[in-house]
Design a protein around this ligand. Structure first.
Ligand code: PLP
Ligand code: ZN
Length: 420
């Protein structure tokens, strides 16, 4: 495994990388896995330096984007030119009384990440990964994607003038292909599912010297998801909710929200007990939920077959860690059918005015099940993560989406039509 030849960086709060499995330290750089045991890597912070600078007031005085949490993110350079900012983050956290009533929840909130610049939560991870790539002096950016990540990498690369190569399964939704091509990225359609795309990307990353945001920049990339947890707590007045329900693909976002809550506690920004963390999958790709049902930490890879393409990772890199988080916090992990996903998208749109992609339908449908099965108490303050925009996956709800009435432009005709 090679480390890319990168610019040395000096950073105020990040000291290096470390293997999540064996603890072996590694230098900061674009590195895929531990050189000792091939385990996944994580960023190591100088916790004393962070504790000395971070505070609620510093966050509150910061920009209206995820960079208000810069003290808690892997910033590799103080040079503002390396920082990418398309306005990602600081998305609305809204009470959802109408959806809550429909589902039987008295205190439901929605974190509306459909509002990010390229329409999904992936802008959070890409903002952080691309900034790290620039600090490290990489000149080409790439990713292996189920669609949303490709859109986000393409958008951010365009805005920074970097060439981008995005690798996607060849049969993705039209909206997600167009949403990468339009930004001028090199779109590489691979005949195979995401897991095949990912294997190819790992080979390319090792030989070409490109910065793959979710391969050799993954340690930095994954940290971007913490901003979801930071925002939820700050938006609730520096308080934790009782329960968070999030969609699971690789499981990284889920784990990082929990990690964010832990950091807020450690640095004294929020008091109280950590939220329960529950995860949502589609039945057609439910390796983490399936392990949860067996009360096992051993995730068995699946071949995905679901309309929830953005969550269709059959061999999830963080599945094991996600199961640990659910266990440790008293959460659950469930799965729902494609029909329930479609119903979930429609219910969310019709009750709260948010048009979500399939991943949002997965969350809403799982919420419904958790309530029905008594796994969420109706009184719990529950935050559901709505992670992607519905205009990317209109196919999911296109069937039967016809005008309610048709009329000529004459008022008498309209009256007749409305009268039925
Ligand atoms: C990528 C993605 C997720 C979850 O990603 P993880 O791999 O679990 O971090 C959730 N929702 C949408 C819309 C996504 O694109
Ligand atoms: Zn290791």
């Amino acid at each position: 495994m090679t480390t890319l030849d990168v610019r040395p960086v000096t950073t105020p709060t990040v000291t290096g990388l470390r293997c999540r499995e064996c603890g072996e330290p590694e230098d900061l750089g674009a590195l895929h896995v531990c050189s000792y045991c091939f385990g996944p890597l994580e960023v190591v912070y100088d916790e004393t330096a962070i504790a000395a600078r971070v505070s609620r007031s510093r966050v509150e005085a910061g920009p209206g984007s995820l960079w208000r949490y810069a003290d808690l993110l892997p910033v590799l350079s103080e040079d503002p030119d390396t920082r990418v900012d398309l306005g990602t983050g600081a998305t609305p956290l809204r009470p959802a009384p109408r959806l809550g009533e429909r589902l039987g929840l008295d205190d439901l909130w929605l974190k509306d990440d459909t509002r990010n610049p390229s329409g999904s939560f992936k802008d959070r991870v890409v903002t952080v990964a691309l900034s790290a790539a620039r600090a490290l002096g990489l000149d080409t950016i790439a990713c292996a994607s189920t669609g949303n990540l490709a859109n986000s990498v393409a958008a951010h690369a365009a805005a920074t003038g970097m060439p981008a190569y995005v690798f996607i399964p060849s049969d993705l939704e039209r909206g997600k292909v167009v949403g990468s091509v339009v930004y001028g990225a090199n779109v590489v359609a691979v005949e195979g599912d995401y897991d095949a795309v990912n294997r190819l990307a790992a080979e390319v990353a090792d030989t070409r010297g490109w910065g793959f945001v979710n391969v050799n920049l993954r340690a930095f990339y994954a940290e971007g998801s913490k901003s979801l947890g930071f925002e939820i707590a700050e938006q609730l007045g520096w308080r934790f909710p009782d329960h968070v329900v999030a969609p699971l693909a690789s499981g990284a976002m889920f784990c990082k929200i929990d990690k964010a809550f832990g950091e807020l506690q450690r640095y004294g920004l929020v008091e109280g007990s950590r939220p329960r963390m529950s995860g949502a999958q589609a039945t057609g790709c439910s390796p983490i939920a399936e392990a949860f049902e067996r009360s096992s930490l051993d995730v068995r890879p699946q071949r995905p077959d679901t309309i929830a393409r953005s969550l269709a990772i059959g061999n999830p890199a963080d599945g094991y860690y996600a199961l640990q988080v659910a266990d440790a916090t008293g959460g659950v992990i469930g799965h729902v059918s494609d029909a329930e996903i479609v119903e979930g998208i429609r219910t969310l749109a019709a009750t709260e005015g948010i048009f979500a992609e399939t991943a949002g339908g997965v969350v809403v449908a799982n919420l419904r099940r958790f309530v029905a099965e008594g796994r969420i108490d109706p009184g719990e303050r529950t935050v559901a993560i709505i992670s992607g925009n519905g205009y990317k996956t209109v196919e999911a709800v296109a069937a039967g989406a016809e005008p309610t009435y048709r009329t000529s432009p004459s008022y008498t005709d309209l009256e007749r039509v409305l009268a039925g």
